[in-house]
Design a protein around this ligand. Structure first.
Ligand code: FAD
Length: 285
């Protein structure tokens, strides 16, 4: 299908993008276009104006700031995948970015676009939750920082206001004794996550000092498996503990079921992928 007609404008700075959003009532920011354009072609989204943010320098680049890894919102999945700073600071991000879609999607799609779109089958939501990331946004009244925990509200829904733009995402650098891993069961055609699990554990004197386990693909929005995290904390991260902690993660009644995977199958995938992810995160610690 062909999208409805729209006006196209290009923003040169974050401030200009925010002003353009305020000026044009029914406008959408255009990043990589790999979610927005398909939605427009299906007429699921019919913005009157597209504000291209590809020329905004402030949204690009990946850098270390103390114990934070800061990723610009317009950074593509491919850049994350191959970034040495990411590999040195929080390698699970590169590991996950490498599993997104195909090379064309990774060349164009951006981390900010992925988070703003909040597709229930996207990979990054599990990463930002498990890694305790913060999402920095700018709107007409200035900047605010949103913890990953508070960012996702539901299916394709976030706390972002219509006139706000994500500028960067900061991830705590993995400390010594901390390890993380991402396990994904990809849809065989799109590579979207049927289920994806990101586990991040801290190990001290052979025991789990803290754990964060987040799941995407399974439900309307990514979520943390807090019961699993609590069951792991204080225990040695051996096969027996991990198996006991992950016996049941989610009730199929709360999960998505579709022509690709029933809710019961997704519940099973949560268990299998969480076991693998936690074991690998422990090995990486
Ligand atoms: P766009 O499509 O440009 O924008 C998406 C939405 O975010 C729009 O509403 C836009 O206004 C808004 N937006 C964009 N940038 C910002 C910003 N900085 N601040 C505020 N709002 C913003 N994703 C996965 O996670 N895993 C996969 O395996 C996967 N497979 C894919 C396979 C295919 C065939 C396709 C087409 C896509 C796939 N994707 C997958 C999605 C892909 O990663 C998208 O690129 C991504 O979700 C959206 O990023 P984008 O830069 O393309 O955003």
């Amino acid at each position: 299908m062909i999208s409805t007609q729209f006006e196209y404008v290009k923003a040169g700075s974050v401030q200009e993008a925010v002003s353009l959003l305020a000026q044009h009532g029914d406008a959408k920011l255009l990043a990589g276009g790999h979610s927005l354009i398909p939605a427009m072609k299906l007429r699921l989204s019919t913005p009157e104006t597209l504000i291209d943010i590809s020329g905004i320098k402030e949204l690009s680049g990946i850098r270390r700031e103390g114990n934070q890894l800061v990723v610009g919102a317009f950074v593509t999945h491919r850049t994350v995948e191959f970034s040495q700073v990411v590999k040195d600071s929080c390698s699970v991000l590169a590991e996950a970015a490498a599993q997104i879609g195909d090379p064309i999607v990774r060349n164009r799609g951006t981390i900010g676009g992925s988070l703003a779109h909040a597709d229930p089958a996207a990979d990054y939501p599990a990463l930002v939750l498990a890694l305790n990331a913060e999402i920095h946004v700018t709107g007409p009244s200035g900047e605010r920082t949103i913890g990953a925990e508070d960012f996702f509200q539901g299916l394709f829904e976030t706390v972002l206001a219509d006139d706000e733009i994500i500028t960067r995402i900061s991830f705590p650098v993995l400390a010594s004794g901390q390890g993380a891993a991402y396990e994904k069961f990809p849809h065989p055609a799109s590579r979207f996550a049927v289920v994806g699990v990101c586990a991040c554990v801290s190990v001290d004197k052979g025991k789990c000092a803290a754990a964060r386990v987040a799941i995407t693909g399974a439900a309307a929005t990514a979520f943390r498996a807090t019961d699993v995290e609590n069951a792991l904390t204080g225990q040695p991260l051996d096969e027996k503990t991990i198996a006991a902690a992950t016996q049941q993660i989610a009730d199929p009644a709360d999960l998505n079921g579709d022509m690709f995977a029933s809710a019961t199958y997704r519940a099973h995938l949560c268990v299998v992928l969480a076991r693998r992810g936690i074991a690998r995160a422990a090995t990486n610690a």
